[in-house]
Design a protein around this ligand. Structure first.
Ligand code: ATP
Ligand code: MG
Length: 667
């Protein structure tokens, strides 16, 4: 009999090959452990009585108007109801109760504007502004259940706007301030919003950048007739076109509003917000979150993952247009009564030390950011952060993508003085809050691994038949039990909700990510299942090959895709950004060939010959979403010589032109 060709060879069931061998571990510092809020017994408490554990968190961390008696109702699965007979208000939890407890003078937010203006906002200030804004929204006819779209830069008013919506029971839908008029229009239409809150503009790289024109344009588009008013925050003072009767200045509306507002008490399952996903893999989905369960898990994870203490100064650098901004700029930190930083601008304005300057100024103790930012700082060099006093930092966090071990090590060494724990937190817009992560002060960390579900969460890695893979195996990440902050659906589309997340494996939530378990049973995320490559029957992970490339001295960033190939089914194509002087070396054809050969050998050495990229393309930039994630599907279009697909959620639309132009004919 003939030997079957390589391409039809079956991969191991559900198998993603386990290739990258990263074995470093970092136990927590004994002094940190001694002072930590929690110990390993938290895991035992949660597993002894999972639902009882969540009920206890909900009672301890959240103030209920009417106490709940029921923890989980799963009778309408896969739509969960948590704490359903309780009533509460999210804004009351985030603001008023801290003032009532005598902490009105405590700083809620240290705001840093990009041009250098700053502002300190206490909980009492926040209470006054949120109450006024709530009255102003009500005066504009917005009531319980009405949707409000928020399209703002990172301002104190943005947090106030979100909380004012929560206070009157009007679900907000925050749309990232950098999105186009069309992206805004489609979200307004999908949510059938009755109000849009925006600003004249915001500061971006040292210049005022207008926002209101995008709203005006969006509102001429189809499906936006539901919008009655536009509330406009004055930030830049730039000239702004005005539609009389429709547009209202935020400061005018607040000035005339009363500073007393009785919160609208809502059921635990009342919608708190709709948020559209990043669109990394396709058309964004309107993810629906409700109040009680979401707030419980946001507050709980913010406390346990980062070992939060009363005197911490927390900084999550995510934009509020992204779920991380919802849970770890607004709802988690404020529900916990903490102090935090809100920064309007970009990390390199007016200089590349801006973040470190802010950390030094406010003695930030916990920093939570994304791998894309960390890799950018690596590129800029160690000498930038070295000019600032970063000794206040005691916990570092990462979110958004797998963090390559090399970036992790740099983060810990250069920013964390080789001592701070790093928590690599895996979660999604859909999960609402952190799901898989080491806990600061408890877990011995491993660079590149999100490791273990947080106490109370049940996750696993399964094969094609939904059987858990053994340690050392790879497959699909699933969540095996409902969790409090889980999405309650896709806005207006229950069928799409069931199809997207619950149809792949019966009774299991399919996250869409590939993962493996190491010999200790710790979880490593391997990238989107949509991005997994199949080379000669071997299923290879984008994350592992990218990590191998980034571990080479000349590479600043890498993105890997599989492109169809006549002989191997798919071939590995790598897009790399080289570090300064190496980019110059690669500018000549000979230099480029040499660099490519070095990188191929390096991948072969780190991972194995099967993972060697067939093509390596040196590019000046990589296409990223607004939340900083690489959009591999666009690179796949380039690698396969196709017209580039939908790029509306790209941070910078010109990047694709830059890439295709630089590559000439595309090879
Ligand atoms: P869309 O669903 O529209 O394609 P998206 O998945 O990028 O967009 P988000 O909900 O913002 O939208 O991102 C969640 C995804 O980000 C996860 O499914 C995972 O792929 C990735 N991710 C987040 N944190 C981590 C992490 N710590 N390690 C690995 N991957 C992560
Ligand atoms: Mg997703």
């Amino acid at each position: 009999m003939e030997v079957p060709p390589l391409t039809t060879q079956q991969p191991e069931a559900g198998g993603l090959e386990n290739l990258l061998h990263e074995t470093r571990t970092f136990p927590p510092d004994p002094a940190f452990v001694a002072a930590a809020n929690y110990g390993p017994s938290l895991y035992d408490d949660a597993s002894a009585d999972r639902l009882g554990f969540w009920a206890k968190q909900a009672r301890e961390l959240i103030s209920w108007r009417t106490p709940f008696t029921q923890t989980l109702d799963w009778s309408d699965a896969p739509v969960a109801r948590w704490f359903a007979d309780g009533t509460l208000n999210a804004a009351y939890n985030a603001v008023d109760r801290h003032v009532e407890a005598g902490r009105g003078d405590h700083v809620a937010i240290h705001f840093e504007g990009e041009p250098g203006d700053s502002r300190t906002v206490t909980y009492a200030d926040l209470q006054r502004d949120v109450a006024r804004a709530a009255n102003a929204l009500a005066a504009l006819g917005v009531g319980k259940g009405d949707r409000v779209v928020i399209y703002l830069p990172m301002l104190v008013e943005s947090v106030v706007a979100m909380l004012a919506c929560a206070r009157i029971g009007a679900p907000h839908s925050v749309v990232f301030g950098g999105f186009s008029a069309d992206a805004l229009r489609s979200r307004i239409a999908d949510a059938e919003a009755s109000l849009v809150i925006t600003a004249d503009g915001g500061y971006r790289r040292g210049v005022p950048s207008a926002l209101k024109p995008a709203v005006d344009e969006a509102l001429t588009g189809e499906g936006t007739e539901t919008v009655k008013h536009v509330l406009v925050v004055r930030r830049t003072g730039q000239e702004t076109a005005w539609t009389e009767g429709r547009d209202v200045w935020w400061h005018d509306a607040l000035e005339s509003a009363d500073t007393f507002h009785e919160p609208v008490w809502v059921d635990a399952e009342h919608p708190l917000f709709i948020l559209y996903t990043s669109g990394t893999t396709g058309k964004p989905k309107g993810i629906l979150h409700t109040t009680g369960g979401y707030l419980t898990q946001a507050a709980y994870t913010h406390r346990v993952v980062f070992d939060l203490k009363d005197d911490d100064v927390f900084w999550c650098t995510a934009d509020i247009g992204w779920v991380t901004g919802h849970s770890y700029v607004v709802y988690g930190p404020l529900t916990n009564g903490g102090t935090q930083i809100l920064y309007e601008g970009t990390p390199d304005t007016p200089h590349r030390g801006r973040w470190w300057e802010i950390i030094e100024k406010h003695k930030v103790s916990i920093l939570y950011t994304a791998p894309t930012a960390i890799r950018t700082f690596m590129k800029w060099g160690d000498d930038v952060p070295a000019q600032y006093d970063l000794t206040s930092l005691r916990v570092l966090g990462s979110v958004g993508e797998s963090i390559n071990p090399e970036a992790w090590i740099w983060y810990r060494r250069v920013i964390g003085r080789d001592t701070t724990p790093i928590v690599d937190t895996w979660w999604q817009t859909e999960t609402g809050a952190i799901m898989i992560t080491p806990l600061a002060g408890i877990t011995a960390t491993k660079p590149g691994s999100a490791q273990v579900p947080v106490p109370g969460i049940s996750a696993d890695v399964v094969d094609d038949e939904a059987h858990p893979v053994p340690n050392g195996g790879g497959g699909y990440l699933v969540l095996t039990e409902p969790w409090p902050a889980m999405l309650r659906g896709i806005w207006g589309d229950r069928q799409r909700y069931e199809d997207t997340y619950w149809s792949r494996f019966r009774g299991l939530y399919f996250a869409g990510d590939g993962a493996k378990k190491d010999e200790d049973g710790d979880i490593w995320l391997l990238g989107r299942v949509d991005d997994v490559m199949n080379v000669s029957g071997h299923r290879l992970s984008t994350t592992e090959i990218e990590s191998a490339l980034v571990s080479h001295d000349v590479v600043a960033e890498a993105a890997v895709v599989g492109a169809s190939d006549d002989t191997t089914g798919q071939a590995v194509v790598a897009f790399v950004i080289l570090l300064g002087e190496h980019a110059e070396r690669a500018a000549t054809p000979e230099g480029r060939t040499a660099v490519e050969a070095e990188l191929r050998d390096h991948v072969a050495k780190e991972i194995g010959p099967i993972a060697k990229p067939k093509r390596i393309l040196v590019v000046p930039e990589l296409p990223k979403t607004r939340s900083g994630k690489i959009m591999r599907r666009l690179l796949r279009d380039v690698a396969e010589n196709r017209a580039v697909g939908d790029s509306t959620t790209l941070a910078d639309a010109s990047v694709m032109d830059l890439i295709t132009a630089g590559l000439g004919t595309g090879s």
